[in-house]
Design a protein around this ligand. Structure first.
Ligand code: GLY
Ligand code: MN
Ligand code: MN
Length: 440
């Protein structure tokens, strides 16, 4: 499945409708980031820019202008790099202004070098400017200059926009609700990531380096034309307790667990999976006891991802089950309500239970409406990722528990008929994991 120009156009139609007449929207793609001398980071288009255009080249700006009437008419301009034989020999094909019109269905296309000049004319006599304020400081400064310049044109009897509106409010809300095609792309990303985790379970051995295990995941991503959606975490033993561990440069030890939080993006749509499993294929009694609690919490939290439920419901469900479990194992003492009210469980569970997922791994979309957690609606996608982390130096607990870090994370679509787990094809029960690891 691939999104077509008809899909991108339908998104522009919806945006233009929400802008109303006499308006202009300006949307830039990401800047190219330098890694070090003469070497750039591989370019990745800005998610919202790509969402509206399907255009992947760097140095591009989309402009949408609505007409003066109420008839939803609008024009779409794309500013992009011109074709250039020499540059294309060095750096690859460019669509150019011709391609912007023919392949990307822009009504008008201009060389990106003409942006400062052409945009002033477009700003004149518009009432509202929709702009993604605060995304890129340098581009913000350019937009400010354009507004000043457009104001200066008022001697000609024209006017510059009197309202500047945060465009992300509209785009984020559009992106939060996924179409069936978007869900299909996220299903593909999830299935590839699940395959990568399965391979990791099948190949891990005591003594292996964390980065070597990471390479097994990257192999599957690369074989499927994907890249990691975020920096992979491969943490053996106590490294699993470091929430954003990314060094991945230690040996994996017999008797330890390894926590892998890694997943790919497919056609700019992300997945996000965590699995935790024993390096030697067999959970110890302590690992098993903690794992069982987290899995129970995760399954119950997934079941709480239902239309109409509060965004926070899965978190509350997961916390209660994990606190009950921690008390049963003697890791926490006291009254369950008191522990939940004071959040003293944060000693072992210090992050939220999930986040929106989409083109960005921590996807856009507000979590609250007028101060209240919003309710789930069909088409939203959320991760469910409870975990417990017993710090290696935590002297409040028996030594046998120290240095165990476990998280289990899946990606869940809200549907009218209940939660749909996109990442179900990688195993997660103790029995399934041990059986899979025993096979090889
Ligand atoms: N992999 C990032 C996260 O789980 O939020
Ligand atoms: Mn996540
Ligand atoms: Mn994750």
């Amino acid at each position: 499945m691939k999104l077509t120009q008809a899909d991108f156009q339908e998104r522009r139609d919806r945006l233009a409708k929400q802008m109303g007449p006499h308006s202009i929207a300006i949307i830039a793609t990401s800047p190219v980031a330098m890694r070090n001398r003469d070497a750039d980071y591989k370019f990745r288009a800005d998610s919202s820019f790509f969402y509206l255009t399907g255009f992947y080249e760097p140095e591009a700006v989309a402009v949408i202008e609505t007409s003066d009437s109420l008839d939803d008419g609008y024009s779409y301009s794309l500013f992009c790099r011109e074709r250039d034989r020499e540059m294309e020999i060095w750096n690859g094909y460019r669509a150019g202004v011709e391609g912007a019109v023919d392949e990307y269905e822009a009504d008008e296309a201009y060389a990106i070098d003409l942006l400062d000049e052409e945009i002033i004319e477009k700003l004149l006599n518009k009432e509202k400017l929709f702009y993604r304020i605060g995304q890129q400081a340098e581009f913000d400064a350019r937009v400010t200059n354009w507004i000043t310049e457009a104001n200066g044109e008022s001697r000609r009897g024209t006017s510059a926009p009197s309202h500047i509106i945060q465009l992300d409010r509209i785009l984020d809300e559009m992106r939060l609700h996924k179409s069936s095609q978007e869900i299909e792309l996220m299903q593909t990303a999830s299935t590839i990531s699940a395959q990568a985790h399965t391979r990791a379970m099948q190949t891990v051995r005591p003594g292996m380096m964390e980065y070597a295990l990471e390479a097994e995941l990257n192999y599957i991503f690369g074989q499927n034309g994907c890249v990691p959606a975020y920096n992979s975490i491969v943490g053996g033993g106590a490294n699993g307790c470091i929430l954003h561990y990314m060094e991945n440069d230690k040996a994996l030890n017999d008797g330890d667990l390894v926590l892998i939080d890694a997943a790919c993006e497919y056609q700019l749509y992300a997945s996000d999976i965590t699995r935790t499993f024993p390096v030697n294929g067999k959970f110890s009694p302590e690992q098993k006891a903690l794992y069982a609690i987290i899995l129970k919490a995760q399954l119950a939290a997934i079941d709480a991802v239902r239309v109409g439920h509060s965004y926070k419901e899965p978190h509350h469900v997961a916390v209660r089950i994990m606190v009950e479990g921690l008390i049963e194992l003697g890791l926490m003492q006291g009254d369950i309500e008191e522990i939940i009210r004071t959040e003293s469980f944060r000693q072992f569970y210090m992050h939220g239970t999930g986040h929106w997922l989409g083109m960005d791994v921590h996807d856009v979309g507000s979590y609250k409406h007028e101060g209240e957690w919003r309710a789930y609606e069909a088409g939203m996608v959320v991760t469910i990722e409870p975990g417990l982390y017993i710090a290696p130096d935590d002297e409040t607990v028996d030594e046998k528990w120290r240095g165990i870090g476990i998280r289990i994370e899946d990606d869940v679509v809200v549907t009218e008929s209940g939660p749909r787990v996109l990442t179900a094809s990688v195993v997660k029960t103790i029995e399934e994991i041990e059986a899979l690891m025993a096979q090889v």
